[in-house]
Each structure stands twice: as structure tokens, then as C-alpha cells.
Design a protein around this ligand. Structure first.
Ligand code: FAD
Length: 338
């Protein structure tokens, strides 16, 4: 039997200390792999002094049979050196078989370093995974806006996989199951923080919801013509209970904040419904939204590339169609059940 045992889920917490949506989704493939391999699922939380009891409880309810809480003062804020040292020390000590994490700027910053330090093999951008006949994880990863799917396996342990948001549904859970928590205190005395966090500011997404967590996103591009016309999108987003997104062209023009940018150099989103309004559909935009369950595009150019990715397309002027759509939704009191 291999010395590497167990499936780990690296849990990320929200600013309020709750288990992030993406971390909850990880329990679905983790439990599936755990059942097939007959190995336990462990949730791993990195934290300082904050109260993580709600996140620990939810990990248990969603299928983890234990939780390891890695604690140290240096983990109060995200520092790549401290997080890398803490997790690689734990991995080296406990030798998990599989480590799953959700895609975020933080995990993509420190997990490659953890893989190097702990000798593991890291596969990113996973959209699906299963076991091959040898019992190793076979990962389907996407590139070029899902234009290319590759199957990849790690050749060393632990097998580390970073999974895209919304690749898996959240598990239903098993009610009140309480997973025991073990505290692990890594020695971080040799960690030298090369940077200091000066200020952390919560950015606001206009519209009803936060972009990454919204079921519906209404995104606008240069076809909106000017910043002032985005109030049309905000009204539609409000009527639908959606979040507002943007293409890079309008962010670069200063029409919208960077926190709303979707795409290669912005956020990766995967809502149930994505409106691309006056957006051409450049590959750098598509990589950030192409896994949306349904895409509706409005563009006045019938040959715009976005129509190749859209499930429904309307050829026409966004400035006329969007207010009519909002009015109809409001007048008829329509709500979209997505
Ligand atoms: P345009 O390409 O100018 O398209 C505007 C569209 O609006 C056109 O299709 C036009 O037909 C339509 N239109 C015009 N008027 C109307 C109207 N009245 N009604 C309806 N339709 C109308 N882009 C991103 O979005 N996100 C990224 O993260 C990103 N990262 C990048 C990274 C790199 C390294 C590079 C090189 C580029 C990146 N880009 C990114 C930029 C990307 O290549 C495109 O330039 C950008 O997505 C275009 O934005 P757009 O569709 O709003 O504008």
C-alpha cells in the first residue's frame, strides 16, 4: 500500500470566515474519489486566530470525515511565503494521496510553490476528474476557452489538482455530521515575509450580487458606446437579481472597475446564465465565461465571434433592446428560475 493516503480539500474562507462556494464544490469530487479508493476526506483550513467553527462544521456536513486546522499568527493575512511553508510542512508530515483546491488568485499563487516544496505534481484548470485503472487521478483540464481539453495525470505524490469554479455542483450533504478537528501548528520561524499587506479593501460589484457567485451575469462591452449607458445594464441586472460584468475594453477605457472584468486578465465566472451585451467575443474574454451554462448574446454584427459561443443570439442594438427587455421583465413581474 502506498505511503500516501487520503483525499484533502484545501478550504478557502470568505472575508466573513465562511467556507467559500468553490471550497464547498470540492467536496463532491473529493467524496467520490474517497468512496472509490476507500480513503478518508479531510478538510484543511489555514488560519490564525479567527473563528473557523462554522467552516469546520460545514466541511463535516458536506462529507469530510475530519478537519485539520493549520494555525499560526503569520496566517492571519495571505502571504505567499507563510502559506507555502505552512501547507508544504503539513503535506510532508501527513503525506496525503490527493490534494484538491479551488481556483483563485491565492491558490494559483502558492500551490505551485507547495507542489515544488513537497515533491507533488500539480495540475491546474481542471474541469473534471476520475480514477484511471491504476487508481491514479485522471484530470480533464481545459485550455483556449474549452477549445482544447487534455487528460493529465500526476506522476508523483501527492496528486494536486486545482479545480475551476462551478466545475462540480455543491454536495447535498449529510445533515448534522460533525467532523473532529485536529490543530496543526507549523514552524514558520524561518519564513521571511518579503512583502507587507498595507490595506485590504472590499470592492463592490454593482448589481444585486457578487460577480463570482452570481447565477446570472449581465456583461457589457464597447458596444455600450459610453460609460453612462451602463445604467441600462445595471437596471437589467437589478431586475434579474444579477451581477454586472464587463469586457477589458471598457475597463481599460475607465468605464467600469477592474473588479468587474471577465476574462483572461479578469475574473473567471461560470454562472447559469451569462448575457454578453455589445461584446465581440475575443478569445481573452471567452476564457473567462465560456463554461457558463447558457450564454445569450446581443450584438449588432451578425458575424461577431460571440455568436459562435452563444446558445441564443439577438442581432440588434443593445441600447434599444436592453431597456425593452428590462421593461418587459419589470412590467410582467417576470423572474428567471435558473
Ligand atoms: P470590441 O472588440 O470593440 O467589441 C465591441 C462589440 O460591440 C462589437 O462586436 C460590435 O459589433 C458590438 N457593437 C457595437 N455597437 C453595438 C450596438 N449598438 N449594439 C450591439 N452591439 C454593438 N478582454 C476581456 O474582455 N477580458 C480580458 O480579461 C482580456 N484580457 C486580455 C489579455 C491580453 C493579453 C490581451 C492581448 C487582450 C485581452 N483582452 C481581454 C482584450 C480582448 O482581446 C478584446 O480586445 C476585448 O475583449 C474587446 O472588448 P469588447 O468586446 O467590449 O470590444
Amino acid at each position: 500500500m502506498s505511503e500516501f493516503q487520503g483525499i484533502w480539500v484545501v478550504a478557502e474562507l470568505t472575508a466573513e470566515g465562511q467556507l467559500s462556494e468553490t471550497s464547498q464544490e470540492l467536496l463532491t469530487p473529493a467524496c467520490r474519489l474517497g468512496d472509490k479508493l476507500g480513503q478518508t476526506v479531510t478538510g484543511v483550513i489555514l488560519a490564525a486566530n479567527q473563528d473557523t467553527t462554522a467552516a469546520e462544521a460545514l466541511l463535516g456536513q458536506l462529507g469530510a470525515s475530519q478537519v485539520i486546522r493549520v494555525t499560526h499568527d503569520q496566517l492571519a493575512e495571505y502571504h505567499v511565503e507563510a502559506y507555502t511553508a505552512a501547507l508544504s510542512t503539513l503535506i510532508t508530515a501527513k503525506k496525503p494521496n490527493i490534494v484538491l483546491a479551488g481556483f483563485s488568485t491565492t491558490t494559483m499563487d502558492y500551490l505551485p510553490r507547495v507542489a515544488v516544496r513537497s515533491g507533488g505534481g500539480l495540475i491546474s484548470n481542471a474541469i473534471d476528474l476520475d480514477l484511471n485503472p491504476e487508481g491514479k487521478v485522471e484530470v480533464t483540464r481545459s485550455c483556449y476557452a474549452e477549445g482544447l481539453l487534455s487528460s493529465v495525470s500526476a506522476t508523483v505524490f501527492p496528486q494536486m489538482v486545482v479545480i475551476k469554479k462551478k466545475a462540480f455542483p455543491k454536495p447535498i450533504g449529510n445533515g448534522a455530521h460533525q467532523a473532529p478537528t485536529e490543530n496543526f501548528q507549523p514552524d514558520l520561524s524561518s519564513v521571511r515575509a518579503g512583502v507587507t499587506v498595507l490595506n485590504v479593501q472590499q470592492t463592490e460589484s454593482k448589481g444585486a450580487k457578487k460577480l463570482e457567485e452570481a447565477d446570472i451575469i449581465v456583461s457589457g462591452g464597447r458596444g455600450l458606446k459610453e460609460a453612462g449607458n451602463f445604467h441600462l445594464l445595471e437596471s437589467l441586472a437589478e431586475a434579474l437579481g444579477a451581477a454586472v460584468g464587463a469586457s477589458r475594453a471598457v475597463v481599460d477605457a475607465g468605464w467600469r472597475p477592474h473588479s468587474e472584468q471577465v476574462g483572461q486578465t479578469g475574473k473567471t465566472v461560470s454562472p447559469k446564465l451569462y448575457f454578453a451585451l455589445g461584446i465581440s467575443g475575443a478569445i481573452q474574454h471567452l476564457v473567462g465565461m465560456n463554461t457558463s451554462q447558457m450564454i445569450i448574446a446581443i450584438n449588432r454584427d451578425e458575424n461577431a465571434p460571440i455568436f459562435k459561443s452563444a446558445d441564443f443570439g439577438i442581432v440588434g442594438d443593445v441600447l434599444t433592446i436592453v431597456p425593452e427587455l428590462t421593461k418587459t421583465i419589470r412590467d410582467k413581474n417576470l423572474s428567471l428560475h435558473v
